[in-house]
Design a protein around this ligand. Structure first.
Ligand code: G3H
Length: 196
């Protein structure tokens, strides 16, 4: 069985500031350190896997997280970009709560279906991931997917067979690799926490 490795990007500058969306680079300490630890891990784990590939989104923080990994082709997918927060892009949750309380409340009520004004809902993200999932299923070699929290919640739920309504609440921590193995007896999962 061939593994699929799922991970979020290393901590970004916006993660540090608590801002959602955006397209910032990695934080100069934790974020960059994770990119190196991940490269180390991937190079060891996939040493003899010549056909393996690294998939990222088109956003800086995933591309920079992949940068130290050498020896494997890298593919950028727009479909792996983070949920589009529309008018809330670049805000903190505190700011949304204060400046757009109705939006904040409707999202809290139905996080799966709530669509940010001029942005996306979780259902939108799940739908746009379909071609990525088809391609992942088709691969014979291991794939490392470096993406974002909302997107990885949806991907993980697909492989781990979790119900739709849970998706927006699944925990996908930073700096952790979720390894999915698909074998005849079903799906197996391992987690590697590379740092805090
Ligand atoms: O920036 C967006 C987050 O990764 C998604 O988090 O859907 O829990 O607000 P949330």
């Amino acid at each position: 069985p061939r593994p699929i490795l799922l991970t979020r990007h290393g901590e970004s500058r916006d993660n540090v500031r608590g801002r959602i969306g955006g397209d910032t680079v990695l934080s100069s300490e934790a974020g960059q350190l994770y990119s190196k630890k991940l490269a180390n891990f991937v190079e060891k784990r996939l040493k003899s896997e010549r056909a393996a590939s690294i998939w990222t989104s088109t956003l800086q923080r995933t591309i920079l997280t992949a940068r130290p990994i050498v020896g494997f082709p890298k593919i950028q997918w727009r479909a792996l970009d983070e949920i589009n927060a529309g008018v809330c892009d670049g805000m903190t949750y505190e700011e949304i709560k204060k400046n757009m309380p109705e939006e904040y409340e409707s999202r809290k009520k139905d996080k799966l279906r709530y669509r940010y004004p001029r942005g996306e809902s979780y259902l939108d993200v799940i739908q746009r991931l379909e071609p990525v999932i088809i391609e992942l299923e088709r691969q014979r070699a291991p794939v490392v997917v470096i993406s974002h929290q909302a997107v990885l919640r949806a991907l993980y739920a697909y492989f781990a067979d979790r119900p739709l309504k849970e998706i927006p609440h699944i925990e996908v921590p930073l700096h952790t690799i979720i390894e999915i193995q698909m074998g005849v007896s079903g799906v197996q999962e391992k987690r590697y926490k590379l740092m805090d």
